[in-house]
Design a protein around this ligand. Structure first.
Ligand code: KIV
Ligand code: NA
Length: 266
């Protein structure tokens, strides 16, 4: 299968819905890849893989290591990697250095960064220098300390207007895709209508040009799942049952048996 490209994704605006899931490991990437258009190496790996309290402590080293694994495990989807908190906000130059390092060390095609009007100059700086950028507006988890939580955004008229302005600024700066997270349906619909790039919703209704979920949430593998997640599997229960079965057999000397044992060939 030939890998999709950024221009091809960009051209999907208003067409078939774009399918995106997160992936952090090679094997998971392999399993998801044939069904997706984009695999996102999200900084949600902080909570999902590393047990961190938020995405704020996530490092460049983590993003590079997991990004490389996902590229190795995929052949079809565009792979995009989140710029972690602290790696891009200070200046366009610093953002370029970090984004370039991610592309060089992982082989991914694009980076994603959170933020609106304040980050527009940085998005334009990267795009004009050959780095495709995905924007991320609405609920921006890296700003949890400023937002005070993970509640949906855009409930007040002022907040809704700010999200629309943020989206338009990132679109005008040249982002090829825009993630909209945790916003009222009306806000997602207005943004999708007003921006030229495809929008990808997470907790942002079906008004968007595509959808993304954190794979572990969708699989029922992560404890805390917000209202907007649909669980397509209950893997936590299956894993617990498998671990209990294994533990029971080991303790009862029921595993290993003849089938799993090496003996000299005669
Ligand atoms: O880190 C992440 O998984 C994300 C998606 C939820 C959009 O940013
Ligand atoms: Na993220």
């Amino acid at each position: 299968m030939k890998r999709l490209t950024v221009p091809k994704l960009q051209a999907m605006k208003g067409g078939d819905p774009i399918v995106m899931l997160t992936a952090y490991t090679a094997r998971m990437a392999q399993l998801l890849d044939p069904h997706c258009d984009i695999l996102l190496v999200g900084d949600s790996l902080g909570q999902v893989i590393y047990g961190l309290p938020s995405t704020v402590p996530v490092t460049m080293e983590m993003m590079c290591a997991h990004g490389a694994a996902v590229v190795r495990g995929s052949y079809h989807s565009v792979v995009a990697v989140d710029l972690p908190f602290g790696s891009y906000e200070a200046s366009p130059e610093r953002a370029f250095d970090c984004a370039a390092r991610i592309l060089k060390e992982t082989g991914a095609a694009a980076v994603k960064m959170e933020g609106g009007e304040a980050m527009a100059e940085t998005v334009a700086f990267l795009v004009s220098r050959g780095i495709p950028v995905i924007g991320h507006v609405g609920l921006t988890p890296q700003a949890v300390n400023a937002l005070g939580g993970y509640g949906a955004r855009g409930r007040s008229e002022a907040e809704a207007a700010k999200i629309v302005a943020d989206a338009r600024a990132i679109d005008a700066a040249g982002a090829f895709l825009l993630v909209i997270e945790g916003v009222m349906e009306s806000v997602a619909a207005e943004v999708t209508r007003l921006v030229s790039c495809p929008t990808i919703g997470i907790g942002a209704s079906s008004a968007c040009d595509g959808q993304v979920l954190v794979t572990e949430d969708m699989l029922g593998l992560f404890e805390r799942t917000p209202r907007f997640v649909k669980r397509y599997e209950d893997l936590a229960a299956r894993i617990e049952a498998a671990a209990a079965a294994y533990a029971g057999e080991v303790r009862a000397r029921g595993f290993p048996t003849e089938e799993q044992v090496y003996r000299p060939k005669v």
